[in-house]
Design a protein around this ligand. Sequence first.
Ligand code: KG4
Ligand code: ZN
Length: 353
Amino acid sequence: MGPQKGSRPILAIETSCDDTSVALVHVDGNVDAVLSASQDLEHEPFGGIVPELASRNHTLQLLPLIEKIFVATGTGWNSLEGIAVTNRPGLIGSLMVGVVTAKTLSLVHSLPLVGVNHIEGHLLAPFLKDSQFQAPEGFGFPYVALAVSGGHTHLFLVEGIERYRVLGKTVDDAAGEAFDKFAKWIGLGYPGGALVDRASQDGRIDAFHFPRALMKEGNIDFSFSGLKTASAKILADLGDAEVLHRRGDLCASFQEAVVDVLIEKLKRAGEMTDVRTVVVTGGVSANSRLRQRLSALAQEKNWIGVVPPLRYCTDNAAMIGYVGIQKLLLGHKDDQSLSPSASAYASDYQVES
Ligand code: KG4
Ligand code: ZN
């Protein structure tokens, strides 16, 4: 008799954007290992992600990373539950590298295959566990999750595995994208979110006024394009020398505008659904001010507030593995017809009517 079903880890592959990542994850959320290769240095000279470069780098990085994680953990092909791969949403060329690799490996090693929605990975990331992290006592379904990164700014009601209700989303740009643009304009590098965060440490949050969009009562959608336009005007009016001189104040005030909106909408979503547990995930959740404001909100409302550690918030394969192994054990496998998709499937979410 082989090992009991569900006792082995899944091999997860994430290549939806610019990070190549692999992980070994168990059904209870325990992460044996996660290994990622960042491409920031390759894209930095262009001030943003160049899709063709991203696909090419995934091709270079992926198989060596899988080999490395097997060596590091003493895992082999015959000790896996299956293979999970992000197949949606994302850059099509990047997704293609992961999907074709996963399909081939599944065929060669006769392992079950499961395609995962990247956003679902972000939403369930708080269930991941390792020697340094475990979600706080009392954490569980249902909860409201704000998934906020360079590609998405979405509010969900997470009721269970495969039960996600979209509560609100950005009508234009993602919050991370706004951070990155702003950073570029004031002469910080790429990706800019973390640099704006750092520069804000010695700035005043009320030095400049940046607009907060869609704040009318009851609205839980987001819009950041107006903030971008207003920022461009503020910077142009100040001129290069003054922008450089007032960088800290500009960053702190800009960051406060973004965080104000994110926290207010999260608060409204929590109140509307009455769930009492709120999660912030995605790359922007690294933001120190957002983390501060989330814990203040949780304290004020007596809610459980969870931000998974950074390694599970930024794009990573561990979150894909967690979703993949839940699906596999529910019997939701894919076959060789699995293909990459630039957008999520309509069936991925229930839309609030
Ligand atoms: O989840 P992620 O790694 O990749 C995407 O799916 O986009 O998120 C990357 C985004 C970038 O826009 C980056 O500027 C932003 O997260 N980010 C931050 C911080 N660290 C990363 N934004 C604000 N403050 C930070 N500390
Ligand atoms: Zn992401």
